[in-house]
Write a protein that binds this ligand. Structure first.
Ligand code: SAH
Length: 502
């Protein structure tokens, strides 16, 4: 690693590119975008480069000549006079078709102490043009030092997807308020804390949610609050920026998180999480994020719901950005509604981020579509959590054979559930699948019928969480299962009895 990434101002600077092909064309476009005055030396130009020269001349005439400029010298690169052409250049790019000529250009630039990039020759280059994620004024530059430009580009694409375009607005807002913040907050520490809060917290969230005007007033209020607080540390205003995000963490696989969930997890001060949130997802947090376990194993409630609701309120009142992380989707058997009712009645700002619910995750990863034109026209999500082993709901609406039924929390009551479905008129040979630890490397799919599944499951050391899917769609698993879990039968010490592919 010998190249220091720096950001160079090349606006109105003389840059020389030698070569007229595709590679030169791409690099010239980049230089022009950053306002350089480019001189391209080549006897012939590729069509795209010729177009660029023509366009640039037009736009240079119509607009401000000083912003960018492209001049073409239609001649071969003559080494004897090259040093004269390079003399006042800020940067040189050697992109001719001839590797030896490129090396001569590099030596000439080196002798003149001018940074030079040589196409397809990292060793001879003294600088590289990075792949860029442009969120002006924020620029993210990625380079592999010539080792693999394709890998840099792939990474760039991933970062593009991950960093919303509205970071531009956030960057501009930060730049606009820089001086005011400096005037209002005396110490560097105060300013650092203020900016960290604003750019991680509610101000950023509002910008990213497309509400720049509200973000602005939030920033102004927050600055007022912070400067008052700095002047009088004893004042006891409620911090304006505490908030809670109720976030669905999906069924287990960390890659099934939404981009927003990931962003909020990484900007949280405190994460309050459940038993179903996988370790791999927890590992995505910042190291300084405080974590509080509020998990609920069946009948072993670590924290009663009322205390969780109160905890969220008090953490937000202390000014924390709280992420309440729940398995799956917070509004599906997640008691998310109750938690935000308490927040709403206490005037705590909150948002809800949906997650992939276990039914969607398990269905996809076991190759069991929940609806299918030939099998099921509707699907219902049920809780299988039985109070005192009895089904205390009217199940007559579950009789329709063209309806898929998904039971959450159905492992303990599996036998009763199957028995009751048969009692209300579902056939005993109705296909049924129990998806164990769906979407994770330990996923297994146990397939049987309403009659056989309970026995099959008792023969195997099935581990929660599990999801029960009932209906003729289950037959599709045989042909559609695609996911290969990472756990072998040997290391689980039990045998597989699922269909193909798992
Ligand atoms: N809010 C969650 C559900 C919470 S109830 C969601 O939307 O998914 C907890 C139940 O969800 C578990 O008992 C189990 O039935 C189901 N579940 C959650 N994650 C699962 C997984 N990875 N595999 C199978 N079932 C899962």
């Amino acid at each position: 690693m010998k190249h220091l990434p720096i950001f160079l101002d090349i606006s109105q600077q003389h840059c020389v590119v030698i070569g007229g092909g595709q590679s030169a064309s791409r690099k010239i476009s980049l230089l022009l975008k950053y306002g350089a005055h480019v001189c391209v030396i080549a006897p012939d130009l590729s069509p795209s480069l010729a177009r660029l020269v023509a366009e640039n001349q037009t736009s240079a005439d119509e607009h401000n000549r000083a912003t960018s400029q492209l001049q073409h010298i239609a001649e071969h690169c003559a080494l004897e006079t090259l040093h004269i052409k390079l003399q006042s250049a800020r940067l040189v790019i050697a992109a001719t078709k001839d590797a030896a000529t490129n090396l001569d250009i590099a030596s000439c630039a080196k002798a003149l102490n001018i940074p030079c990039h040589v196409a397809d020759n990292p060793e001879a280059s003294t600088f590289f043009l990075p792949s860029i994620v442009d969120r002006d004024p924020i620029q993210i530059a990625i380079s592999s030092g010539g080792a693999s430009p394709i890998l840099s580009r792939l990474l760039r694409d991933r970062i593009e997807a991950f960093v919303p375009v509205s970071y531009r607005v956030l960057g501009k807002m930060a730049s606009e308020f820089r001086t005011t913040v400096k005037e209002k907050l005396q110490t560097a520490r105060q300013r650092k804390q203020f900016w960290e809060r604003a750019l991680h917290g509610r101000v950023a969230e509002l910008v990213l949610a497309g509400q720049p005007a509200r973000a602005r007033s939030e920033l102004i209020n927050s600055l007022e609050y912070t400067s008052r607080n700095a002047a009088d540390p004893l004042q006891t205003d409620v911090h304006p920026e505490g908030e809670v995000a109720l976030v669905g963490a999906g069924p287990g696989d960390a890659e099934l998180l939404t981009l927003r969930a990931l962003r909020l997890i990484q900007s949280a001060d405190v994460l309050v999480y459940d038993r179903l949130v996988s370790q791999r997802i927890m590992d995505l947090r910042r190291t300084d994020t405080r974590i509080i376990y509020a998990g609920k194993a069946r009948s072993k409630h670590t924290m009663v719901q009322g205390s969780i609701n109160e905890l969220l309120v008090s953490l937000a009142r202390e000014g924390n950005r709280v992420v309440r992380l729940k398995g799956g989707d917070p509004f599906i058997f997640g008691r998310g509604g109750e938690e935000i009712e308490t927040l709403a009645s206490n005037n705590i700002p909150f948002q809800v981020v949906p997650g992939i619910t276990a039914a969607s995750g398990c269905a996809a990863f076991s190759g069991i579509p929940l609806t299918h034109r030939d099998h099921a026209q509707s699907c219902v999500f049920m809780t299988g959590h039985l109070k005192s082993q009895e089904i205390n709901l009217d199940w007559s609406h579950l009789r329709d054979p063209s309806q898929t039924i998904v039971f959450y929390m159905g492992l303990i009551g599996l036998e009763k559930i199957c028995e009751n479905l048969i009692k209300i008129g579902r056939l005993g040979d109705t296909p049924a699948a129990l998806v164990e630890q769906g979407t994770t490397p330990s996923q297994r799919v146990h397939v049987g019928t309403l009659q056989t599944l309970p026995d099959l499951v008792t023969q195997h050391a099935v581990r929660a969480p599990t999801l029960l899917i009932v209906g003729s769609v289950v037959t599709l698993h045989e042909s559609l299962a695609w996911y290969r879990s990472g756990t072998t039968d040997e290391n689980r010490n039990v045998s597989h009895f699922s269909g193909s592919g798992i």
